[in-house]
Each structure stands twice: as C-alpha cells, then as structure tokens.
Design a protein around this ligand. Structure first.
Ligand SMILES: Nc1ncnc2c1ncn2[C@@H]1O[C@H](COP(=O)(O)OP(=O)(O)O)[C@@H](O)[C@H]1O
Ligand SMILES: [Mg+2]
Length: 436
C-alpha cells in the first residue's frame, strides 16, 4: 500500500477534516478512561464484539479535542477497515509515518489502535512507541488474542485494562432520553422506567439493538459473526455444528445449573472438550460461569456451575422464549449488573449457594474474606409457597455464612420484614439497577 492510499483510509476515521459520528455519550466509561489516561500507561479497551468500543474511543478523542488537544494530535486507526491489506508491523509503521508526514502533528500524540489483534506482533510496535514516548496508546480488541492474561504477558504490566459491557440500565434509559439523576426524577418517570425495563430484559442492551427496530435480526447477525469469525475460525473448531449447539444450549439454560459431565452425555463429546469450548465462550465475553460457594476449594471446583449470558437479548434470541422465563432472564440481568460492579471492585466475587437439601440462594457476594450480601431474585412472590422457597434458604445461608445483609430483588414489590430475627429487604429490580 502506498502512503496516498493509507492517508485516504485514515481520513475517513479521523477528526482532521470532518465530523465523526460519536453517538450517545457513555459518561461512566469516559470518566474512567480520562482517569486512566493520567497514568501514562497503555490503555486497553476490551469487551464483546459490538458492545461499543469503537464509539467509546471516538468519544474519548472528541473529549480530548474539547479539552484543547488539537485534532491533528489524534490518530485513529481502524484495523477492521477492509481496505487495509496485509496487516503487519511494517504497515503499522508506515501508517504512523504517513500520519507524521501528512498531518504534521505538534505536541503530545494520542494513537487509538482499534481492533489491534488484526496486526500480527502488534505488541512490539506498541511497546516501542510507549517506551520511546512517541505517543499515548489506547488500544481495543474484542477477542481471544486480546485477553487479559495474554495482554499481561505481551505488555508486561505496562497497561491498564477497561472492560466494556452492554448498556447498564442507567445508560439504557439515557439512550431512551430518560435521565435519572435523583429520587425525584425517579418518581416522575416511574411508569416509563418500568415499561422500559421490560424491553431491557427482553432485548438486552447492545447499543445498536437498543436504538434500532429490527432487534432480533441484529442479534442473530452478532451471534453468527462471533461464532464464525471469533470462535470457529480462530480456534479451528472441527465440529462447528456441535460447537454451535453447545453455545445454544447454554443460552437456553441461562441461570441454570450445569455440569460438563451431563453435557458429555447430551452432546456425546468428552467433558474435557466441553470444558475447553466453554472457556472459549467465556474468553470471548459471551458467557459466564458462576461457582458454588464453599470454604473448601475442591468442593467448589467440582460442583455444578451456573451459567449466565453477557446479554439477555442474546440469550433470548438464541435460546429460550422470554414469556416462559422472565424470572431467569431477570436473574441474568442481576448477574450482568454484578459483573459491572466486579469490574469496579477487584475484591468482589460472586457465587451461588446450595445445600444438601437443594435449597438455593442465587448470589453470594464475597469481598476479601467476608460474605457481604446474599441475594435472591424472585419475580413471583404472589404465591405463599414460592415466597417460602425463597426465604428459607436465605435465612439458612445467612446463619451458615454469618451474613445479615439479605436482599430479595422482585418484579415490583418493596418491603422490609423480620423473619427469625433476620431483616430481609425487598427491592424492585428497576430500583436496584439504578441504585447501583
Ligand atoms: N455510544 C453509542 N451511541 C450510539 N450508538 C452506539 C454507541 N455505541 C455503539 N453504538 C452502536 O453499536 C454499534 C457497534 O458499536 P461499536 O463501537 O462499533 O462496537 P465495537 O467496536 O465494540 O465492536 C455501532 O455501529 C452503533 O450503531
Ligand atoms: Mg469496533
């Protein structure tokens, strides 16, 4: 590729001479990024495909420009642009030289490398650029080549990580022009918020899905894209049909207990292979497995896992039907929110609890060596039996784990009560999501 061709591509993605679409601001992540920038480390933005990484990068660039950085001091390279052929170190260096030659930036330079994993041995160039203080580097990636562990080895502790998730409920409301800043806003918008929660649960919160009408179509396209490009091709899967069926199975069974051994029987593939496949799903941010809480590590490891999807829209499109499983999807929504909290608080861990009588508590929140909170998600409290089924395990776990912070997340019931001298708080899901 010659420099003229390169420049032409760069001009399409940069602010130098044109307006760039930056979408709706995601202040939460922007503020995080601004703080990370102060560290002068390499910043890595990771997350599922289509979760909004590229848009966020552009928003950060725009923010820098607002703060007085000149447009010429910012270089955005989108390695997914199909016009780049033969992506390698040489080309990366040539792109950089083209930028210097034609744009002639003065002062500190910010380089955004979007979907950097497309460039072989990219880490060499990034480390060199950072070492020689050529630029502040912000990079993004959505798949296995850019996993945290791998990044840590490649960049030898010289980077900071920011994980991006589909829209939180607060962001989701903002995408619908509902801004909640305080309790009064909440009271004023309560009916609207409740009705939006339905769509949040049913369709999930990938930004594009939220903004567009043909939601199922978009989600199906995302699913096929990840499956083909990030998984089957990259991991050289030899039985793609089975692989796909396993992923579908997980999506149909979110918030349920599974063991790799039981899947071995269903799919007639060894438990080891199932476990390996499952790790690919996790590494690509599609699914998460929650372990049973136990003080004994061995028991924890051999107990069944509870599986959750990164996005309920995805689970609902690929897996089961919404109407039949609202409670499970709501539980998945709670898990996704806990995931966001865990990414803010590295001491926080999430488990489920289950005893020999099969009494269950949905979430055990642990911080350092303490059990901080026990959470049940229950969307149908109308029937006394259901209510007892939720409360009994909560009380038992509370005694066993010495934790008095007990929460039941409901569809729309708010209350506080004392049972066996333990205080239980009931809170509607929409309220809990906005509280956090
Ligand atoms: N902040 C945002 N405001 C509006 N739309 C967005 C925003 N973030 C993402 N989108 C929509 O979602 C799509 C995917 O976002 P993108 O940033 O390209 O994801 P990623 O880079 O993580 O794959 C975009 O094409 C756009 O339609
Ligand atoms: Mg992108």
């Amino acid at each position: 590729m010659d420099k003229k061709e390169i420049l032409k591509i760069l001009e399409d993605w940069n602010f130098w001479a044109k307006e760039v679409d930056t979408g709706i601001k995601r202040d939460f992540y922007l503020n995080k990024l601004k703080k990370l920038l102060l560290s002068k480390q390499i910043i890595a933005i990771t997350g599922a495909r289509r979760v909004g990484k590229s848009f966020l990068m552009r928003q950060l660039a725009q923010e820098l420009i607002k703060q007085g950085v000149s447009k010429n001091q910012i270089l955005i390279i989108n390695f997914e642009d199909p016009r780049f052929s033969d992506l390698n170190l040489k080309l990366l260096q040539k792109i950089y030289e083209t930028y210097l030659e034609f744009i002639q930036p003065k002062g500190k330079i910010y380089i955004f490398l979007d979907e950097i994993q497309e460039v072989e041995k990219w880490e060499k160039w990034v480390l060199m650029a950072q070492e020689l203080k050529k630029a502040q580097i912000i990079l993004s990636g959505s798949n296995a080549k850019l996993l945290s562990q791998e990044l840590a080895t490649l960049l030898t502790g010289r980077h900071l990580d920011l994980k991006i998730y589909p829209l939180s409920f607060e962001e989701f409301l903002k995408f619908h022009n509902v801004i909640i800043k305080n309790n009064l806003d909440l009271i004023r918008n309560e009916i609207k918020v409740k009705s939006l929660l339905k769509s949040y649960i049913e369709n999930g919160s990938f930004p594009e899905v939220v903004l567009r009408e043909n939601k199922k179509e978009i989600l199906l396209a995302y699913f096929n894209d990840v499956l083909e490009k990030d998984l089957i091709k990259r991991y050289k899967i030899r039985k793609p049909e089975k692989f796909k069926d396993i992923l579908k199975f997980y999506y149909s069974n979110t918030a349920s207990l599974i063991t790799f051994n039981s899947l071995e029987k269903i799919f007639k593939i060894s438990a080891d292979t199932i476990e390996k496949f499952s790790s690919y799903f996790t590494l690509n941010y599609l699914l998460f497995f929650v372990k049973r809480f136990s003080y004994k590590i061995k028991e924890q490891e051999k107990s069944p896992r509870k599986v959750y999807a990164v996005d309920t829209g995805m689970a609902n499109t690929i897996g089961f039907k919404f109407s039949e499983n609202k409670g499970k999807l709501a539980e998945n929504i709670v898990f996704a929110q806990l995931l966001r909290q865990m990414s803010q608080n590295f001491n926080m861990e999430t488990y489920y609890w289950k005893d020999e009588k099969h009494w269950e508590v949905d979430f055990v929140i642990k911080e350092k060596n303490f059990i901080k909170k026990l959470i049940q998600v229950c969307f149908d409290l109308s029937d006394a039996n259901t209510k007892a089924r939720e409360i009994k395990p909560l009380i038992k776990a509370s005694k066993e784990l010495k934790c008095d912070n007990l929460l039941i997340i409901t569809d729309d019931f708010e209350h506080e009560e004392k049972i066996s001298s333990k205080k239980i708080k009931y809170i509607p899901l929409w309220k809990w999501l906005l509280e956090n």
